[in-house]
Design a protein around this ligand. Structure first.
Ligand code: DHE
Length: 521
């Protein structure tokens, strides 16, 4: 463990005076000369992000070549067009998009050594250093320049802004009292931020490629889901020190990438869905987890012979075997059921977590984004509604009969859907296509679209979140010169705009910790 200042997690290559006109040079040597200092000798990432196929999946080769040539605005990544020839840039691209000769590893020792304590707990103030209501604070992720804005949801004003690790993904999670925020970067960094003192307290790098993070309902543990290496990492929520590494491997030695980890607080368990095996795992984090099954101690090893630490003792694993892989899922409010879908399967599945098996199929075609699904009371029942990453529709499902009761056509595929207990409306974006600037407002009582604002014509508008009381709805203009647009959630009129750099997700403390049925948790 080392004590250090919070380093800027920005993409940077090191300049040198190589001459692009020279005869062809060895790509490995060029990498060592220009890139290794920030991106690590083995491309695992350091101050800059990892340059491995898994980490570059979402980045087109054309865009990557442009970044190498011209640099990346608002980061420390300079352009190399004057130092590398076009052929050398292409060779560099081929190298970084290819797997390494030996699979990259991130050992227990690497995890422990990466831990940084910025501010020890015993030096933190006992009261907030600001007068904002902690419960109505938002953390807004600004992907444009990798920052987070802390926003007061009463005054609708930012109170603080700070650099985040590179490319945060998944929702920011809070401790049960709302004081600490936990966030994961795609490069494996988990960070803990104190909303009393407005400072980062600790960080640790748990892997090379990470999906997301969950905080146990008792506030004692954090679990991160890694796709590289394929593991679940349990941390102490107090300082992020390593508690346990759980390799994701079945008794037959088959490994899988986790698709996400969530906390099922009423069950006192973490729940993990898998991308490569048709299984969901339930992992109790304390003794209050209902003894509805006999959990097995996890001591499997992958058949590949790869050396992984064996996970024994606490955090036993209950494996629920399924008919199809789960790429995306949500839970009903009591966490009795998990509603999931595979992006390639023609229908969704409902798993009863108590009996540990599928109890129904649901009619949701295309690519539903169930992680963004929301729930509300409708007539004599409860419904869940989900946007679709492939089709222009919102699907509404009756949660008593598991029948689809409405397909609401939208102007294009949607990514995020939101509502609030105090609002009669649900908001869904049109994330891609020619109407990416539109967002639909759906009346929860009639299941009809009642308004389609286009707050910034031609620019992507996405991801709505409500204030604690549901009075205002905040929407992102998802562009470098973007903004948060604040709407009166009743009149649907715009109230104000707050400029931000490509704001993506925003997370209200109260809605998150109270597990509002209109938001993700
Ligand atoms: Fe996400 C949440 C999966 C691509 C922005 N995304 C999630 C969650 C999952 C998920 C499972 C829930 C985790 C949580 O909140 O703890 N996302 C996936 C994918 O499988 C997919 C399609 C491909 C991938 O490469 O991972 C994907 N996601 C994206 C993006 O391209 C987005 C738009 C931009 C980005 O940041 O990468 C994106 N995802 C988000 C955001 C959330 C999220 C902002 C949190 C939503 C919330 O309100 O909770």
């Amino acid at each position: 463990m080392k004590l250090s200042r919070f380093a800027l997690p920005l993409l940077m290559l090191v300049a040198c005076d190589a001459n692009a006109a020279d005869p062809p040079r060895n790509t490995q040597e060029l990498y060592r000369e220009h890139c290794a200092q920030c991106h690590h000798n083995d491309r695992l990432g350091a101050m800059g992000p990892a340059l491995l196929p898994e980490n570059l999946e979402r980045f087109s080769k054309k865009d990557a070549a442009e970044v190498i040539a011209k640099g990346r605005p608002a980061t420390q990544m300079p352009g190399f067009a004057d130092k590398l020839s076009p052929d050398e840039i292409q060779a560099m691209m081929a190298m970084i998009y290819a797997p390494t000769a030996t699979p990259p590893t991130w050992s227990e020792q690497a995890i422990r050594e990466s831990q940084v304590i910025h501010h020890p707990n015993d030096k933190l103030p006992s009261k907030p250093v600001h007068d904002s209501d902690i419960m109505n604070l938002f953390m807004v992720v600004e992907l444009g320049d990798h920052h987070i804005t802390v926003l007061d949801g009463d005054r609708l004003e930012p109170i603080h802004r700070f650099p985040s690790r590179y490319a945060l993904h998944g929702g920011i999670k809070y401790s049960p009292d709302g004081r600490f925020a936990y966030m994961a970067s795609r490069d494996g960094w988990i960070s803990r931020f104190d909303l009393y003192s407005l400072q980062m307290t600790s960080e640790i790098r748990v892997g090379i490629n990470t999906r997301n993070v969950a905080v146990s309902g008792d506030g004692r543990f954090v679990m991160a889901a890694n796709t590289l290496p394929r593991s679940l990492v349990v941390l102490d929520a107090n300082d992020l020190s390593l508690v346990k590494i759980i390799p994701v491997v079945t008794p037959k030695g088959v490994t899988s990438r986790p698709s996400a980890v969530y906390t099922a607080a009423p069950r006192n368990t973490f729940i993990v869905a898998m991308k490569d095996i048709p299984e969901v795992w339930e992992i109790p984090y304390n003794d209050k987890a209902k003894p509805i099954y006999t959990a097995t101690v996890h001591d499997f090893q992958p058949s590949s012979g790869e050396e992984l630490p064996v996970a024994k003792g606490p955090f036993p694993i209950r494996r629920i075997e399924l008919d199809a892989i789960l790429d995306d899922f949500l839970f009903d409010q009591p966490y009795h059921h998990l509603i999931g879908a595979s992006r390639s399967a023609p229908s969704g599945q409902v798993i009863n977590l108590n009996v540990g098996r599928k109890i129904a199929s649901i009619d949701i075609a295309g690519m539903p984004h169930l992680a963004s699904g929301i729930i509300w009371p409708y007539q004599e029942t409860q419904v869940m509604a989900t946007p679709n990453l492939k089709e222009g529709e919102v699907t509404v499902v009756d949660m008593k009969t598991w029948k689809t009761i409405k397909h609401i056509p939208t102007l294009g595929p949607g990514f995020f859907m939101r509502s609030h207990e105090n609002s009669p409306y649900a908001w869904v974006d049109v994330f891609s296509g020619p109407n990416k600037d539109a967002v639909h407002v759906i009346d929860k009582a009639t299941l009809e679209i009642v308004k389609t604002p286009r707050p910034a014509p031609g620019k992507t508008s996405a991801h709505v979140e409500f204030t604690k009381d549901g009075r205002y709805a905040l929407l992102s203009i998802w562009e470098m010169d973007g903004a948060l647009v604040v709407y009166d959630a009743k009149t649907l009129e715009e109230v104000k705009r707050i400029p931000m750099k490509k704001p993506s997700g925003k997370y209200n403390v109260s809605n998150k910790i109270n597990r509002s049925s209109g938001t993700s948790h």
